[in-house]
Design a protein around this ligand. Structure first.
Ligand SMILES: Nc1ncnc2c1ncn2[C@@H]1O[C@H](COP(=O)(O)OP(=O)(O)OP(=O)(O)O)[C@@H](O)[C@H]1O
Length: 813
């Protein structure tokens, strides 16, 4: 842990800081300089430690200097950001505060400094440039990225944007059309629940970064600015952009949740009256600004002095609004913006003094944890009901029943009961509670799944062995097997190849591969379907929708029956009908022409499947017959045993009991039958695996047939020929598979084409697209003038002549 000091030693004012977020930490302070060609190098000195700034002034160099006794000052901040990029500034200044807010810590980032020193640039950034975006847009991006990274939490984000102008509270989001929460009536700052809230300020729920940026830009454009000698777009007000976060756990069902407020504050610029020659409205504004900033200094002095118990927060709207953001349980960071020219040295000194005082403020960051009253009430009710149940159990003489979550031992006990029930060692499982019943079902399900997995593994093993045998056989004698000849080398025309072969050929874009052709040659003319079928699989584009229509056998005849006129052949090369033909008719045409090959393979595979199913039925019957015979021989054997027990057994000379002849022959028959049974059963399992595999192949063929048909139908009748011509000349598609999205994209007008182009340019950053979309949308809204009336009305009411700031529009080149 670091120590902190806050000392005035003659010409030196130094502060050492402690890390943020630890109990009793200090406010962090950063200095940032606005780039200028006239930087006062002989007056302002940045030391290599990156933290110390020295200011040297010759005693007589300027009359009426702030303090004639001093000519040298040293300020130690947390870090001096000299020539730093916006990204660097965000990472050093705000990132930790933003992440802390997502964990339930309040956070404040505040920019302070003279007019034109770069406060708005630091806080909001140059709105027209994504790279130069400031702390607020970056914080919003970070918040939503974190929301995505924390799927186990329900995180709600709300925004508000307050402006304090000439001691008047204004809602910068009052122009937003969507009904806001809380935004009505006269605005007032109220102390509530240990913090402050602004009554009447609208709060806006946002779901993503783009929505949040929309509101930021909307509010920014509503800000009051005035032309100033030091800054032609000078903010004449204090602005507080607040991100309100609420986070509930999806996993823990407890009543606790956390909330936080992230205040991003852009203060109005301080200025020495008379120096800049401000007059009229600007002069009045300057007086208000300076007054409120001096109240802020007083509050900061009081906060930094641990002997003082009273802090004058209520002296101004600004200090009152920032009451719980300056100290307390908040992670607070200050950016002191410095305009490093010689002419501005007095303001620079006063900014650095303010920064040093801020560093002396102690904060005690703490998580804002709350208890959800509804969940708490429900928990209480559950407790009561549990007590009620236990009384009922006692009355009914039921003991040892627990209604709590099952322990590991209880689950293990239920598991062994289910196993016992399944293998017959246990007749019944007694029901004691709903939880127990649920666990029993869960264990049954588990047992079933395990059994299924085991059977599948066995089947796969069998079919792999079968496939290997088939490979060896066909490569030695060059013959394909006969359908249904299970003793033979393979399964004939169109039958499934073993799994490893499919894997080898399953490349999504390959059509007719060299290997497939070789295989075709090897297997001879008797099995062309096998190669074709592999091609189908290798080029098939699995469509989950089509795949879900698993059994198409019912649909194919349906399509046919719709087609009362029978197949229509359209010469699409020359004539294209005005309206597309019915799909059923087109489907018949497709099967006869373009899709004839796939259709043929489908038919062949269906035939093989039917044959395998027939064999499966035969084997099932055979197994059942064998089983019945085993049962009857076993019964006969039992009878023999009982009879010999009744009559007494023959005993051999060695004294061993001997079998009757009938009993012996039954025993031998039983052994033979069991052997037959085992063999048939094994064949049954193998055939079942084959049937499954054939079904899979038939499905694949069907999917392919239908997806090819859809593409063909779109090309032949739906997508304009000019569109197809353009797509084909681009060479990015192959005939038969024009993606609809691409075809439709061609119909866009110039604007759409521009949008696409820009999206592509910005594609490297999703955030950049959101940023520019939000910015453009806000500009469009304003160009239509839909939102200005209310703002103007507000300005008129408050006697303000300020104008609305419209940043430069992003140029399109
Ligand atoms: N670090 C910087 N890099 C580039 N430009 C900057 C930087 N800081 C400030 N500027 C530019 O200086 C000008 C004044 O900055 P800005 O409006 O942010 O000042 P400000 O402190 O908010 O002033 P005011 O108090 O009058 O609103 C702007 O044109 C801004 O783009």
């Amino acid at each position: 842990m670091l120590f902190s000091t806050c000392t005035h030693t003659g010409h030196t004012f130094s502060v050492t800081v402690e890390a943020m977020s630890t109990p009793g930490s200090e406010v962090k302070v950063f200095g940032r300089t606005r780039p200028t060609a006239n930087f006062a190098q002989d007056i302002i000195e940045y030391l290599p430690d990156g933290q110390t700034v020295n200011v040297h002034l010759r005693k007589d160099s300027k009359k009426g200097i702030v303090n004639n006794q001093l000519n040298s000052w040293s300020f130690r901040l947390d870090r001096i950001l000299y020539d730093a990029s916006q990204e660097e500034v965000y990472n050093s200044v705000a990132q930790d505060v933003v992440l802390g807010a997502l964990d339930g810590y309040n956070g404040t980032v505040m920019c302070f400094g003279q007019t034109g020193a770069g406060k708005t640039y630091t806080m909001t950034g140059a709105t027209e440039s994504y790279k130069e975006r400031g702390i607020i847009p970056r914080a919003l991006q970070e918040v939503f990225q974190e929301v995505d990274r924390r799927p186990d939490h329900i995180i709600t984000v709300r925004l508000s944007f307050l402006e304090i102008y000439n001691e008047t509270l204004l809602d910068l989001l009052s122009t937003v059309r969507e009904a806001p929460a809380g935004g009505s009536g006269v605005m007032a700052i109220v102390d509530e629940g240990g913090g402050v809230t602004v009554r009447g300020l609208s709060m806006h729920l946002v779901h993503n970064e783009e929505e949040a940026l929309n509101l930021l830009f909307e509010g920014e454009m509503n800000r009051i600015i005035g032309a100033h000698t030091l800054n032609k777009n000078s903010s004449r007000s204090h602005c507080i952009f607040t991100v309100h976060i609420e986070s509930h756990s999806r996993i823990l069902s407890d009543a606790k949740y956390v909330t936080s407020k992230l205040n991003l504050v852009d203060l109005a610029g301080s200025e020495r009256l008379g120096k800049t020659g401000s007059d009229g409205q600007i002069l009045k504004e300057t007086m208000y600004i300076n007054k409120s900033l001096s109240f802020l200094e007083q509050a900061v002095l009081a906060l930094a002095d641990r002997r003082r118990d009273h802090v004058p927060f209520r002296q101004s709207k600004l200090t009152h609004a920032l009451k719980d953001s300056l100290g307390g349980n908040c992670n607070t960071v200050l950016v002191a913006n410095i305009y490093g020219e010689a002419a501005q040295i007095e303001e620079t000194l006063s900014t650095l003094r303010f920064a040093s005082r801020m560093k002396c403020i102690q904060t005690v960051p703490a998580v804002n944890e709350h208890i959800d009253p509804v969940v708490k009430k429900l928990q209480k009710e559950i407790q009561l009901l549990k007590q009620e149940l236990s009384i009922q159990d006692t009355l009914a003489n039921r003991t040892g029943i627990s209604y709590n979550k099952l322990t590991e031992t209880q689950v293990a006990e239920i598991q062994s009961q289910v196993r016992g029930y399944l293998d017959g060692t246990m007749d019944e499982i007694e029901i004691v509670s709903i939880r127990q019943v649920q666990e029993v079902f869960a264990q049954f399900k588990l047992a079933l799944q395990q059994q299924e997995n085991k059977s599948k593994a066995e089947m796969n093993q069998n079919s792999t062995l079968e496939g290997k045998a088939q490979n060896t056989q066909s490569s030695t004698n060059g013959l394909s097997g006969v359908v249904g000849d299970v003793e033979g080398p393979g399964f004939g025309v169109g039958m499934a190849p073993p799994p490893e072969k499919i894997n080898r050929l399953q490349s999504p874009h390959r059509t007719r591969t060299k290997k497939a052709k070789e295989l075709n040659r090897k297997e001879g003319a008797g099995s062309p379907a096998q190669v074709k079928e592999m091609e189908v699989l290798s080029t098939s584009r699995m469509n989950p929708l089509l795949a879900s229509q698993k059994d198409m056998e019912g649909q194919e005849p349906e399509m046919q029956s719709q087609d009362s006129q029978g197949p229509q052949t359209v010469d699409r090369d020359h004539i294209r009908p005005d309206s597309p033909p019915p799909k059923a008719a087109a489907f018949e045409e497709f099967k006869a022409e373009r899709g004839s090959e796939i259709n043929r393979i489908l038919k062949e595979n269906k035939a093989v499947l039917a044959e395998r199913r027939r064999r499966l039925r035969e084997l099932t019957d055979g197994v059942n017959v064998a089983k019945r015979e085993i049962d009857s021989v076993s019964a006969e054997l039992q009878r023999c045993k009982e009879q010999s027990q009744h009559q007494g057994r023959f005993v051999s000379v060695e004294g061993e009991s001997a079998l009757e002849e009938a009993e012996l022959s039954s025993l031998l028959r039983l052994k033979e039958l069991k052997g037959q049974y085992r063999q048939l059963y094994k064949e049954l399992c193998d055939t079942k695996a084959e049937v499954n595999y054939c079904e899979h192949l038939v499905d694949q063929c069907r999917i392919r047939l239908f997806s090819e048909f859809e593409s063909w139908y779109n090309e032949s009748y739906l997508i304009p020929e000019e569109t197809q011509a353009i797509l084909k000349t681009r060479g990015s598609i192959r005939p038969g598979l024009i993606p609809m999205v691409k075809a439709l994209a061609l119909e866009g007008d110039e604007q759409e084409r521009f949008e696409r182009l820009r999206s592509e340019l910005l594609a490297s950053s999703r955030g950049a697209i959101s940023y520019h979309n939000a910015y453009d949308r806000t500009l469009q809204r304003r160009n239509y003038g839909r939102t200005t009336t209310q703002t103007l009305q507000q300005r008129t009411n408050s006697g303000d002549s300020g104008r609305t700031k419209l940043p430069a529009i992003l140029s399109i080149t």
